[in-house]
Ligand binder design. Structure first.
Ligand code: SF4
Length: 498
């Protein structure tokens, strides 16, 4: 009996695609609006999409224009117990609904305001539920804080790998040493210093990392996207992500005509900085009006996209991969398990081997051939890079479109239809276990954050202020040390009729 159970467990562990992943992917695909069910769509075929936390640490100590946090976010106290309880509750739900594996952002206010031990506990809770966590930060913290997150009290590693996304742009105010930057270039030493901490972390403690560089783009800094791309490409970041600003969050920070910056305009500047075209059409996460992305191998100064949309053999290899390997988990899997998984997957589809090897050959060719790649590796200039543009929607469009969606009503005007299509194919979800639902991040920031913050101010008032107590009494909330249940009572009362 024991042997039978062990064999069953081994079979499941080494199965190329976990059955719960398969079910979550199929569900996601079936729920996508028809316009998003395209050949290049990754949602529902290789990924369920990204996830993010909410309401677990709203406070931030920098100011940005725009800021997507609710206007009252800084009136909520940081509380590690609340954070870890809330993260755990949200991750449990995501694990149940979206299967055993996904990427999730530890996001809200500024993550480094959390005591390091609580930050580490939140990451541990995310990993325990099969989430690959990424901590979202302004990057203004010291190496010692990073060490305190990554290492325990005895100096032992808590994690073998960490992921951080650092937000750097000249729209931010209050960074130590660059309180009021006038240009993007002024921030380069800070970008470099942040990334170097992770190089040191690997050297000193063997902990590897995945680093993203985030930049909000408005009319005032769009012209500098090219130079930021050029400069950051030479730094040890794995991803460069740009977000054209939207009218969402704290309206006191809406200072420009954000509509003047389009996804196309930002992408052109990124290409200008990269010094070449960056083809993205071969793969799509969600709706193209929300996201644009491309992944490639950068060897020396050359970026070789993994997929060339104009090369039919690349597209054929993509289709084989998505049809037969989509949903396979490659990261964080022990080498011997991964090897068996790959052997089983290829054994089931041996005809895929030549096209996939052909793809590898073409990527190496685009990157300068084997010699060029080896030369770049010797010079320390070889690695995968990902470019992303993610474009949130305005709160004034999201709120009415979502309200209609909750009632099953399809909009009739072009803007509402577009907004509903984008929300329906959202690739960035937030978890509401108490309501048994996931919501798009646009909805979270446009509709739910302000309501959630009223409850959070009462639950976690800044110590010594009377406001929290008064709010709590007004809302009928009894503060407890942690968790989001009490906050949800407020939400339930204030949510528009559905
Ligand atoms: S969060 Fe908003 S902009 Fe982003 S993918 Fe979802 S609907 Fe689109």
């Amino acid at each position: 009996m024991k042997i039978t159970n062990a064999l069953r467990a081994f079979e499941l562990t080494t199965r190329p695609i976990h059955p719960e992943s398969r079910a979550a992917l199929d569900k996601r695909w079936n729920e996508l609006p028809p316009h998003a069910q395209t050949d290049n769509q990754l949602l529902g075929r290789s990924a369920v999409g990204c996830e993010g936390t909410h309401g677990v640490f709203p406070k931030c100590d920098l100011t940005c224009s725009p800021c997507y946090h609710a206007a009252d976010a800084n009136k909520v106290r940081i509380d590690g117990n609340h954070t870890v309880d809330g993260v755990t509750e949200q991750m449990e739900y995501l694990r149940r609904i979206r299967g055993p594996r996904a990427h999730a952002q530890l996001i809200g206010g500024e993550v480094s305001l959390l005591p390091a031990a609580d930050h580490a506990a939140a990451l541990t809770a995310m990993r325990a539920h099969g989430r690959e966590p990424m901590s979202m930060t302004h990057g203004d913290f010291d190496y010692q804080y990073l060490l305190d997150v990554v290492l325990d009290d005895t100096g032992r590693r808590r994690f073998n790998k960490v992921s951080f996304a650092a937000h750097f742009d000249s729209l931010m105010r209050g960074r130590r040493g660059a309180v009021r930057p006038h240009t993007e270039a002024e921030l380069n030493p800070f970008r470099e210093k942040f990334a170097r901490m992770f190089v040191d972390l690997k050297r000193d403690h063997g902990v590897t990392s995945y680093l993203a560089h985030n930049m909000t783009v408005t009319p005032s800094n769009v012209a500098q996207v090219g130079s930021v791309t050029r400069d950051v490409l030479e730094m040890p970041y794995d991803m460069m992500s740009f977000q054209p600003a939207a009218f969402i969050g704290d309206d006191r920070r809406w200072k420009e005509d954000f509509d003047a910056v389009t996804v196309d305009a930002v992408w052109e500047r990124i290409e200008e900085g990269a010094g070449q075209k960056l083809p993205w059409q071969a793969a799509q996460f969600g709706d193209p009006r929300c996201n644009r992305t491309t992944v490639g191998l950068r060897a020396g100064g050359v970026f070789a996209p993994l997929l060339d949309p104009d090369e039919p053999k690349d597209i054929a290899a993509r289709d084989r991969f998505l049809n037969h390997f989509g949903g396979m988990v490659f990261g964080d899997v022990p080498a011997h398990i991964l090897t068996v998984k790959i052997i089983r997957a290829l054994g089931a589809h041996p005809g895929d081997i030549p096209p996939l090897l052909g793809l590898v050959h073409r990527v190496l060719g685009r990157a300068g051939g084997v010699r060029g790649v080896l030369r770049a590796a010797r010079a320390g200039r070889l690695g995968f890079k990902t470019f992303v543009v993610h474009s949130f929607m305005d709160a004034s469009d999201v709120a009415p479109a979502w309200e209609l969606m909750q009632r099953g009503v399809v909009g009739t005007d072009a803007k509402t239809i577009e907004t509903q299509e984008r929300l329906g194919s959202c690739m960035y979800a937030m978890s509401h276990p108490g309501d048994d639902r996931l919501v798009p991040a646009c909805v979270q920031h446009s509709v739910l954050d302000p309501i959630e913050n009223i409850g959070l101010r009462a639950l976690l008032p800044i110590i010594g202020t009377a406001t929290g107590t008064a709010l709590g009494a007004e809302a009928g909330i009894v503060a407890r040390p942690s968790g989001l249940t009490a906050v949800r009572q407020t939400q339930a009362r204030q949510r528009p009729a559905q």
